[in-house]
Design a protein around this ligand. Structure first.
Ligand SMILES: Nc1ncnc2c1ncn2[C@@H]1O[C@H](COP(=O)(O)OP(=O)(O)O)[C@@H](O)[C@H]1O
Ligand SMILES: [Mg+2]
Length: 248
């Protein structure tokens, strides 16, 4: 079953075409990795599907519902419920600095989903436990390491029970020794069959954890296939040149 279907998507900033005629699908329970050089439009693609950017053309269908059709957005109410199906974890965590860890996780549950505070807190504590952060509920983001902050932001995204979770370079802002703890959490979510789309430069991780890989360059999909195929045995010259940088 397709959770996300993107067809002929395009997005420009002024005269700069950043996404050009992109089409792909994400199936329930699969992990899709998106790789590609800096500036190729990976973040813009994720931000477009999560409605942080408005696209110029094409279709986005989420769980069978039209979010955008021929560049025209669904009405506000539908759009809100569609966007809620997708969680996003940012490169730089984007936690609220003036809220405790627990409140970072309960805020949207209470104010977006309308859950009672006690229920939101229970879910928050459960997720913190899952992230190995039971003892950090009352801490503030600045008191945590980058890896811990990123785990809080994953808990925050999971708190809204998304159908699919997007990660935009979730380990890029971390010191190398903290990368592993985030990759481990993502591996665990993959084992639970969470549907995920992960933009990453961790090629070994993408090969091991992702089912499929998309290679983007200059706003287009250059190559797409099974993770081991694309990463171990890329067919396109540009994919090969890109991956070579990671094997040296
Ligand atoms: N808000 C914006 N306004 C103008 N240009 C942007 C904006 N966001 C991204 N871009 C440009 O779009 C291109 C793709 O950026 P991005 O999606 O961040 O690529 P990636 O995530 O693959 O590094 C880049 O040329 C970038 O400068
Ligand atoms: Mg990016």
């Amino acid at each position: 079953m397709e959770i996300i279907r993107v067809e002929h998507l395009s997005k420009s900033f002024g005269t700069l075409e950043v996404i050009r005629d992109i089409s792909f699908s994400v199936h329930q329970g699969e992990v899709l990795a998106i790789i590609g050089p800096s500036g190729s439009g990976k973040s813009t693609l994720l931000r477009s599907i999560t409605h942080l950017e408005e696209v110029n053309g094409g279709n986005i269908i989420v769980d069978g519902m039209d979010m955008v059709k021929d560049g025209i957005y669904a009405d506000k109410k539908s759009l809100r419920s569609i966007v809620l199906k997708i969680g996003l974890v940012f490169q730089n965590f984007n936690l609220f600095p003036h809220f405790s860890v627990l409140r970072n996780i309960t805020e949207a549950q209470i104010h977006v989903l309308g859950k009672p505070k006690a229920e939101a807190e229970e879910k928050g504590r459960e997720l913190l436990k899952k992230m190995g952060l039971d003892d950090k509920a009352a801490a503030y983001p600045y008191e945590l390491s980058g890896g811990q902050q990123q785990r809080v932001s994953i808990a925050r995204a999971l708190a809204l029970d998304p159908e699919v979770l997007f990660f935009d370079e979730p380990t890029s802002a971390l010191d190398p020794e903290l990368t592993g703890e985030i990759l481990k959490v993502i591996r665990e979510l993959a084992a639970e069959k969470m549907t995920m789309v992960i933009v990453t430069h961790e090629m070994a991780f993408a090969r091991d954890v992702a089912d499929r890989v998309i290679f983007m360059n200059d706003g287009v999909i250059i190559e797409e296939g099974w993770a081991s195929e694309v990463i171990n045995n890329p067919k396109n010259e540009r994919t090969r040149a890109f991956l070579k940088r990671f094997s040296e």
